[in-house]
Design a protein around this ligand. Sequence first.
Ligand SMILES: Nc1ncnc2c1ncn2[C@@H]1O[C@H](COP(=O)(O)OP(=O)(O)OP(=O)(O)O)[C@@H](O)[C@H]1O
Ligand SMILES: [Mg+2]
Length: 252
Amino acid sequence: MTRHAPVLAARGVTRRFGRVTALADATLEVHGGRVTCLLGDNGAGKSTLIKVLAGVHPPTEGRVEVDGRPVAFASPRDAQRHGIAVVYQDLAVIPLMSVWRNFFLGREPTVGRGPLRRLDTAGCRAATREALDAFAIRIDDVDRPLGTLSGGERQSVAIARAVHAGARALILDEPTAALGVRQSGLVLEHIRRVRDAGVGVLLVTHNPKDALAAGDAFVVLRQGRVVAAEAAPAGMGLARLVELMSGGGPQS
Ligand SMILES: Nc1ncnc2c1ncn2[C@@H]1O[C@H](COP(=O)(O)OP(=O)(O)OP(=O)(O)O)[C@@H](O)[C@H]1O
Ligand SMILES: [Mg+2]
């Protein structure tokens, strides 16, 4: 049962906020080594779904599964412990701190004991360098303040950081929304590398071109409901995807 189970899944998830039903009976699977794109208009329920998957909101009905087993996350930290990582659009970073300090923010390794315990700065620098190189992210100097990197580079560092911290399912909320064409291309390339390393990626996007460039499967939400869920058939074109997004009939 668990052998080919998705790393992360929502099964029949409904989430209400008072009288508002933000999500209605939504099912979605994130598989290792695959990019699943979550598409939908403003207010469709995308953020609500990723918050349920990331332990921010408990589902009102339905359940979340990790490796095919039901889980009830007590908090986002609890979800992290299960290998679920989210890179939100407003990256949780400190712009004036160096790239490597941000890379290890919240999980700083130390050397020495007792009163001599201190941050392993040399180790952090080397590990950051190595992790960025592994994903072909070209940043000349890990001592640069993170705020001096381009938007695309910052996204890429945030993604590499989550993978380095052990993410098995990586949720990206509109990672290319604020980027130009070239920068978007770099981030999408980086997402494909993370996917090829075996991580299950859930890519939230408004942009069908970005979805086609990186997606292996597509889930479309409308008014809180999944209206389409398709593995990308070879040669799926932009026209078909746009049709799915804009009302291409009930779920097949
Ligand atoms: N905490 C909340 N309290 C009340 N209503 C909420 C809450 N969070 C979301 N909603 C409502 O649920 C619906 C879905 O919102 P959600 O943020 O999930 O959409 P979205 O697809 O992420 O939209 P966008 O593309 O604009 O980010 C909206 O009608 C929204 O107003
Ligand atoms: Mg949203």
